[in-house]
Design a protein around this ligand. Structure first.
Ligand SMILES: [Zn+2]
Length: 750
């Protein structure tokens, strides 16, 4: 029934065509809103090819109002311009040869009597259709749910040919739950990560198994709820105890039977879904490595139990050999049944460097994170960046040891609190650089929908993964032209000034706004950026355009107010200037009125703690009430977990050669028998080599449920010499300490 209707439309079309006498070098698909061409798909076309044809018809109609019929090849009618979607008959010899070498390759040929849109696979055909709509008909997919579709009642694409294939084999982003993001990804040529249910219509793009949706999977594969009772020995021995935590500890990788069970569970996932071709078998986030004798012997045998070499991960035990040794144990077992499936293994924090002796098996894909060390204000290959220079050393080693690695790029960085993060140019340079090293797999940690913050970043990256030599500035300007129309020049200025603001200061940053945002942006460039936004808003030629400018403007203004708040916080901490504390709140509240961000909100709220507690403090938990007083616990992660709770307080000490008295109102039941004073003045942790001198109170706590005032007399020998402020620390381990107020010197009690 449906087919007959399609043919009827096709005939009506032909009658019109026969009556016309238009002769044109360019094929006419639609004339004055009337269809003049037919979409032709192969006999028995697969779901993805039919989807490609449907998308073509949908956009042609959206542009011109003309509805192109779709027919199978056998029903194609002579005399009507065919738009052949995924039809291999009629390809020229060099086109066939090109597609044979590139499964995702795209051939677009626009001739005066036909249009050919064909891929090396069904997925390639889908990409060919989107490329044609973009390059020949003028559509743009700017962000999830934001597209530019031109209006033209007559469609006559210029004669020409495009043969292209993606430069990167794997082009992954992540926003699986969001249909608009997945749809956007296809249109701009990304091939992972999607979902199993969308695989039939996107040519089997890559997806992670729903059972293991993330990258940190140790305890998802071996969940303690299921196994700890029968196999406690599979979980890490930490301080002589087996720890069954799901999240922040690892596995005892040398335990008998663990690799068998791990591999069995992975095999079962692949058995259950023949289309799933990739999963992660990586450690959990954080540390928590097993300290058992066998695991330690493994480290000694494989890498001499050395510590890390890359600077910013700190001097921790190097775990690269252990992690990839276990990955190989699992991979060898999985390969017996599924040799073609890929097993991702993070190379991250204290296992970011390539292993010393273990060579990852071919089905193990190292998943190298540009995380520690990292400096996002410069490109990886920029010799001016110390952090990136360190990263580059390990990247180059990896590129030799395992060029099939997947590069994990922090395109989105939630820890940066949505502050301006001008990384477009650096990421473009990095993509070119990775390509030159032979790396062909690229993953974006992504918040695709946040175009208000990131602008054309994702769009530029998607383009460069197909063509690393594309000019990122031209691609970005194409994006602003379609996003903002006539005010695009002002918006280009805006993005350029934000970029310049970080470039000019030359400061590095990675992920810690309180320590890295102060001084990172040059205020003069920020003012220029702001002025450019104002110019754009003034000249906006439509309400929709103005809405977009306002969305960018609000996000930017939020970010800048937060930067000012952070800078004031630094002044407060360094000089204990109470006016600065007030300004932290003012800027922070202005920022949070424009945009909510949980990290930023916690930062601003922490000012209440400082003001109430009476001194500059950090690391305390949420406000509580005990014995009728508001107080804060020094173990912000809460009791009963294994995370160390540790709080610090910065106090004024005008003259470090004189003793200072600190009075602290502490709940009597607290586990506090002393404080420590940062004697080297560097505020580094013990793990980072910081020097802290213990100081006992004049009278210890009673252990009773009541408020008591502890008095500490800090001698000059414990203090950092020559500093106007001193840092004291309290807590640690899982100790519970509640503090209501702190007074320094002769300040009156509250
Ligand atoms: Zn162990």
């Amino acid at each position: 029934m449906r087919k007959r209707a399609v043919i009827a439309v096709a005939w009506a079309n032909i009658l019109w065509w026969l009556g016309a006498t238009v002769v044109s070098a360019a094929p006419v698909l639609v004339q004055d809103g009337v269809p003049r061409a037919t979409i032709v798909v192969p006999e028995g076309a697969g779901e993805t090819t039919r989807q490609a044809a449907a998308e073509l018809a949908r956009y042609v109609k959206a542009i011109s109002g003309g509805e192109l019929p779709t027919v199978a090849a056998a029903q194609a009618v002579a005399g009507v311009c065919p738009v052949r979607v995924g039809v291999r008959d009629g390809l020229l010899a060099e086109e066939t040869e090109f597609l044979q070498g590139h499964a995702e390759g795209v051939v677009i040929r626009v001739a005066d009597d036909a249009v050919v849109l064909c891929g090396g696979s069904e997925r390639g055909t889908l990409f060919a259709v989107y490329r044609f709509l973009d390059q020949y008909l003028g559509c743009r997919w700017l962000a999830p749910d934001i597209e530019f579709v031109p209006a033209a009642v007559t469609l006559a694409p210029a004669v020409g040919r495009t043969m292209t294939a993606p430069a990167f084999e794997h082009r992954f982003f992540v926003d699986r739950a969001n249909a608009a993001c997945l749809s956007w990804g296809l249109k701009v040529g990304m091939n992972g990560y999607y979902s199993p249910d969308s695989a039939p219509v996107n040519g089997q793009c890559f997806y992670l198994p729903p059972q293991l949706p993330g990258c940190h999977t140790y305890c998802q594969v071996i969940p303690p709820d299921k196994y700890f009772a029968t196999h406690p020995e599979w979980y890490p021995l930490i301080k002589e105890q087996r720890v069954p935590s799901r999240d922040n500890v690892q596995l005892c990788v040398t335990a008998e039977g663990l690799a068998d069970e791990f591999a069995r569970n992975i095999v079962a996932i692949f058995d259950g879904d023949p289309n799933c071709r990739i999963t992660s078998i990586s450690p959990n986030d954080g540390y928590g490595w097993c300290e058992c004798e066998r695991c330690q012997k493994l480290d000694r045998d494989l890498c001499g139990a050395r510590t890390t070499r890359q600077g910013l991960a700190g001097d921790r035990p190097f775990m690269g050999d252990r992690v990839f040794w276990f990955a190989n144990e699992v991979a060898r077992r999985v390969a017996v049944k599924h040799p073609d499936r890929l097993l991702l293994v993070l190379a991250y924090v204290n296992y970011a460097e390539p292993p010393d002796t273990v060579k990852p098996l071919p089905n193990v894909v190292p998943y190298l994170c540009h995380y520690a060390p990292a400096d996002y204000s410069r490109a990886i290959a920029d010799p001016a960046s110390e952090a990136n220079r360190q990263f580059d050393v390990l990247l180059r080693k990896w590129a030799v040891a395992a060029p099939h690695l997947l590069f994990y790029s922090y395109v989105s960085k939630s820890m940066w609190w949505r502050l301006p993060r001008p990384v477009q140019r650096t990421f473009a340079e990095d993509i070119r650089y990775l390509h030159s090293l032979g790396i062909r797999r690229y993953y974006c940690q992504s918040t695709l929908s946040d175009w208000k913050l990131d602008g054309p970043l994702y769009y530029v990256i998607a383009r460069l993964l197909w063509d690393p030599e594309a000019n990122p500035v031209a691609v970005a300007e194409d994006w602003t032209r379609h996003m903002f129309g006539a005010v695009a020049p002002a918006m280009n200025d805006f993005y350029r000034h934000v970029d310049d603001s970080v470039r000019r200061t030359g400061k590095p940053y990675s992920e810690d706004p309180p320590s890295q945002a102060p001084g990172l942006y040059s205020p003069a460039d920020i003012e220029c950026a702001r002025a450019a936004l104002a110019r754009a808003a003034k000249s906006a030629d439509s309400a929709a355009g103005l809405d977009r400018i306002k969305a960018v403007s609000d996000t930017f203004e939020y970010g800048w107010q937060m930067v000012l708040a952070i800078e004031m916080m630094q002044r407060y901490r360094d000089e204990l200037d109470i006016d600065a504390a007030t300004l932290v709140k003012e800027h922070g509240q202005k920022a949070l009125a424009l945009c909510r961000n949980s990290g930023a909100a916690r930062f601003v709220e922490s000012m209440d703690l400082n003001i109430e507690l009476g001194e500059f403090a950090s690391g305390f938990g949420k406000a509580e009430t005990k014995g009728g007083r508001t107080c804060w616990n020094a173990d912000e992660t809460g009791p009963g977990d294994t995370s160390a709770g540790w709080a610090t307080v910065v106090i004024r000490a005008a003259d470090a050669t004189q003793p200072v008295t600190v009075a602290m109102d502490v709940w009597g039941e607290s586990a506090l028998d002393g404080i420590v004073v940062n004697t080297d003045g560097e505020r580094r942790s013990y793990a980072q080599g910081g020097i802290w001198t213990p100081v006992k109170p004049e009278v210890p706590l009673s252990g009773q449920a009541r408020w008591e005032t502890l008095v500490f007399r800090i001698p000059p020998a414990a203090m950092a010499p020559g500093k106007r402020t001193q840092t004291i620390g309290l807590g640690g381990g899982d100790s519970q300490i509640w503090v209501a107020h702190i007074r320094v010197g002769d300040a009156p009690p509250k």
